[in-house]
Design a protein around this ligand. Sequence first.
Ligand code: DAT
Ligand code: MG
Length: 140
Amino acid sequence: MAIQRTFSIIKPDATKRNLTGAIAAKFEEAGLRIVASKRIQLSLAQAQEFYGVHSERPFFGELTEFMISEPIVVQVLEGEDAIAKNREVMGATNPADAADGTIRKEFALSIGENSVHGSDAPETAAEEIAFFFSGLELVG
Ligand code: DAT
Ligand code: MG
């Protein structure tokens, strides 16, 4: 597997509890390099666009309101098989199902307030990186 880039969000529940560094350490310990990082506050329109794939789901309103409730940290992670590796480090969507040692097992509060987002495929990774970062901000 080649070197890949993936897109990550440290979500409001985690930034609020001062867990940005603890979560970044988990990425680095897994061999993922943080090649871009910034703390931002999403607008509701941006949150709705980013999570557009979930717009028909019953939790869409709750999800988008949560994502704008506090600042978030958006990052690009790079490494061998980075997309799958990041999903592994994140753990299952519902922290009750997440494996020991994963970010969601250690830090998530609930299925909604689950501390991190990570891209699920090469196409979504490319789209999500481009949504938040310009080429100039990616310095390998
Ligand atoms: P993931 O973030 O693991 O890729 P997803 O893409 O299925 O999960 O859903 C996106 C986010 O939506 C998820 O991180 C939290 C929220 N979500 C998913 N299922 C939910 C549910 N049943 N109730 C509340 N929020 C949910
Ligand atoms: Mg997803």
